[in-house]
Design a protein. Sequence first.
Length: 751
Amino acid sequence: MKAHKKFTAGRLKIIFYLILASIVILSGYRIYVAFFENDFSGVHADQINKIRNGLSGESSFRFIVVGNINNSVGIFERKMIPEINRTEASFLVSAGNAVSGGGEDKYQAIYRSLNHLKIPYLLTVGEHESSTFGSYHFYEHFGPYFYSFIAGPAQFLFLDGTDPEAFGFQLQWLERQLQDPRPRYRFVFIAYPVSELDGQEQSLKVAEALYLKDPRFAAGLRGIFRRYGVNAVFSADLPMYAHHMEGGVHYIVTGGAGGLVLNDEESYYHFVEVEVNPEGVFFDKRQLAVGQNRVLKTLESIWFFIHSLFYVGWFNFLFILLVLIASAIKLYTAVFAERDYYPDYNIDPSPFKGLGLKIAMFTNNYLPFIGGVPVSIDRLQRGLRYHSHSVLIAAPEYPDENPDEANVMRVPVLLSWGKHREFRMTNILSLRITREIRNFKPDLVHSHHPYWMGRMALRQARRLKVPIVYTYHTRLERYAHFVPLPKPIFRNVISHTIVRRYANRCDGVIVPTQSAGEYLRLIGVSSDIYVQPTGIEFERFQSSIETQRENDGRMRELREQFSIASETVLISASRLSKEKNIDFLIEGIGRLKSNSGVPFKCLIIGDGPERDRLQERIQTLGLEKTVFLVGWVAPEEMVYFYRLGELFLFASTSETQGMVILEAMAAGMPVVAVRSSGIEDVVQNEINGFKTPADLGKWTGQVRLLLEDGDLRRSMASRAREHAGEYSIENFAGNIGDIYARVLAAYHHSF
């Protein structure tokens, strides 16, 4: 539950930053609009002049009529305008409803859309143009609601069908305008249809309200049109195309320039191209093979609502801004303000101590694969069982695994790679795993990796509603050479992100050293961190050493195998892979051989993908009689090598804790190691060994000092053995049990 709260807090933090960004963007763009957006007024006067100039002296021309643009960006601006620009039309007329509403934002938007046209344009006042104080905006930006002009051989008359109080005056005005004898052709534009469409509207279920509201005004108009020989009357409002004759007048309804249509035989997207020449007037309906479903139309409407924040009055904008600011303050208080970074001392772990807990562990590798993590897990599970806890380990299958291991659940492997197939990708979707974990009923889940099986550990913990603990074993950034990604990106970004995100989803994180804990805090881990070094089998190790002292036969065999006479034996134990820095160690041995007069031999215990290359390196440096790659050694055999050695060497910088260092100390060997987070808290400089920077000269110098000064080597060996005694498996597992109790108490306290 604690990790869930952290995860929720993380989401709230993201929402907070998104709201903060929205406030900045809204405010910035509103300022931009207020000071930099071009205003426009009297547009029609300029457009009419362009049309007149374009038709001056012309007897033939073409123009486009559209209806119901409705501020459509998807259809009108992006689909229709490019088509219109490719025609030979001289200008465009909107027959009504160019905007989706009369707000200032809608007029600003249609103005920007129309500016994509390469020809002049004119608008007819429709229902949408006059809604929500739109008449004021239309008059301010474009001009009068009804007007007329003559261009070339034609007269163009625009009527307002939205204001009943002006209908009578418009009839008189219209008749006076039509008495002008000069035009050969006359075209009228009124948003509402003034003549019924022979029942076509019934198939569309069109209400009568979509026609001109005053039937007497409509009848008066039709009479005037007939008497004065109007060629065509164009209307919008209906979501369709219709064309019929009445009294010698063409009545054309065009309503498919962007508003929602039915996309059937009668209702579709289109525009009308009108050709005027000495032979007469011709109409060409241009249908577009495009559609816009209701979902896209709804999204477009939402966009216009958001967009309107930049253009509507200050009241609405400030209201939205204040809501966002209030939300940001509330989230800031919840996520950031007044957080208590100290532990909750009211949490009592004692009810969970002394209980036989059930612990489910998940790991990407385990015995018989030999490595620091498998050995650490094996020691932990044995120690926990010693303290009466039950452990179930979910681990990959291996060809030579122990068939009698009762508490290990082997997971089928989908893919394996590496020289010895040591990297194994398990089937984390296996239903058997889920079933067995559920039947085990763990009190707590313990994950040993932040990826793959680690992800399954998280999922199982959430499903079973139990806490999860993660042990940070491995410095992922040191394994960049295994990952098929740019190494700098993986080392510096991805690896830290993987660890941080995973650790923050866990209820507790165990680290083997204080320096490892400091690293996690530096990369942003906020979960509770517990420092607990991995244990070693100190008592058993000491007993085995005493027992093996009596087995001089095995010791003679080893001395004969590596031709050891009176030479001092240096030991190193490590997996032979790039991240272990074995090249550094071999190069240092080469320098030591050249600079020291004390005869010695170095045995490097371990195996790995770099063995062949390292052997070639040894031969190139002429060290084949000094440095020996021993290969893999069984744990019970390690005692002989530790007894054989007098000084332990370590060059790896990828460890979180070098357990082999503690084993070497338990065997009575001082250590010379390269400084890193893994050994910083284990090796006490100048007490039980030396820590140096990754500098060959300094490292080799300290090795030479201990090689040549037997008294110093023996005194450090005694202190090393004493220090290692503090890290017994029993103490280690007992301390881990206490950590489990604290995590469980905190988890259940949070409910």
